[in-house]
Design a binder for this molecule. Structure first.
Ligand SMILES: *Cc1c(COP(=O)(O)O)cnc(C)c1O
Length: 370
């Protein structure tokens, strides 16, 4: 068996220990003679799986009793509609636009009410997080929306915005469980799990109970009401059983390895190695303002001051991506909308993976700097 270091932004690398456990359980889960993929979601066996996943996640993130944890389908993108449909009582909400995902959520909210851009970092290709201390938040706004870690641009909110008492809704898809967070500061957190937690096809929503309402916007599909899923323990219809099972294994793995404090230390250590290298590199340039750097997604380019010719730069970046792949470092190509390179270094990326990347970058730099 040979495994590569996989820097994909998502679906992304998972802990080997967890994959091995899935493999062991594959044909015969705990002596029941079938795999988790084959069992009824109404079985006792699966009931244990989903209940344990929920309680382990509650423990990991210290989710208070007055918050519900929901396992939903449709990915993080479906939440772009679910949020306004469920929460826009006054049909007015504020959006902080810090990248493509926030932009998509903002555009979706406009279909259902008045979505107002409170701040944006579009002026500098989303390379920073705008100052959010004193935003023009109206009295009648139902919530303030952020994308907390911007997967494509590699920024993260250094601190949460001042919402002036309004409900904070956060898309945490690419930083979920990478460090502890104070859940009580949010009304709703959601995260597509394929970035930092599990396989693709599920989103976890953590929502304060008083925000789970019957009086949602007229025409809201039953499947998009939080109440539907909260009332039915995420089993109104067939949930993504396999994904819930794998996420459950990841939660146990995280608990066993020191929880989110330990994960934060591990992630800071990895990110520091990469950013320290970038900060002294002549050939490569990190694209994000230093105080807004993400611990999870690290975009970089060939420095235009060193190689001013765009075609030459593009060719060198293509060469970097091809050669890194040969060296067992996969998926370092930047998002198709921005180009360049991006290393996603989620929880499951080992320290040795980041060290190997930095060694490779150093070698490439030596060979390609004239
Ligand atoms: C990947 C991503 C999404 C979209 O997730 P899907 O599950 O593909 O819908 C939304 N927001 C952020 C921050 C992401 O990284």
């Amino acid at each position: 068996m040979s495994r590569v270091y996989n820097f994909s932004a998502g679906p992304a690398t998972l802990p080997v220990e967890v994959l091995e456990e899935c493999a062991r359980d594959m044909l015969d889960y705990k002596g029941c003679g079938m795999s988790v993929m084959e069992m009824s979601h109404r079985s006792k066996m699966f009931d244990n799986i989903i209940k344990e996943a929920e309680s382990d996640l509650r423990k990991l993130l210290s989710v208070p009793e007055n918050y519900k944890i929901l396992f939903l389908q449709g990915g993080a993108s479906q939440q772009f509609a679910a949020v306004p449909l469920n929460l826009m009582k006054n049909k007015k909400a504020g959006y902080i636009v810090t990248g493509q995902w926030a932009k998509k959520a903002y555009a979706e909210a406009k279909l259902y009410g008045e979505a107002i851009e409170l701040a944006s970092s579009a002026d500098k290709t989303f390379s920073y997080i705008p100052d959010c201390d004193d935003l023009p938040i109206g009295e009648d706004m139902d919530y303030v929306y952020i994308c907390e870690n911007n997967t494509i641009y590699g920024t993260k909110f250094p601190s949460l915005p001042n919402t002036k008492g309004k409900i904070l809704v956060s898309d945490q898809s690419s930083c979920f469980l990478s460090e502890p967070v104070d859940v009580t500061k949010y009304g709703l957190i959601f995260a597509g799990v394929q970035k930092n937690v599990g396989p693709a096809g599920m989103v976890i929503a953590i929502i304060r109970e008083d925000l789970i309402r019957e009086d949602v916007l007229a025409g809201t599909p039953t499947m998009l009401k939080y109440k539907t899923h909260a009332d039915n323990g995420s089993m109104y219809n067939t949930p993504n059983c396999w994904c819930i099972y794998v996420c459950g294994l990841v939660f146990k793995y995280l608990l066993k390895n020191g929880g989110l404090e330990a994960m934060k230390k591990h992630n800071e250590e990895k990110a520091k190695i990469l950013y320290d290298y970038l900060d002294q590199s002549k050939l490569f340039l990190g694209t994000v303002r230093k105080d807004c750097r993400s611990l999870m997604n690290v975009p970089f380019v060939v420095n235009p001051e060193v190689i001013p010719n765009k075609e030459e730069r593009d060719a060198l970046e293509a060469k970097f991506i091809a050669e890194s792949k040969k060296a067992g470092l996969e998926n370092l190509k930047g998002h198709r909308s921005v180009g360049g390179m991006r290393a996603s270094i989620y929880n499951a990326m080992p320290l040795d993976g980041v060290k190997a990347l930095v060694r490779f970058m150093g070698k490439f730099e030596k060979e390609n700097m004239k």
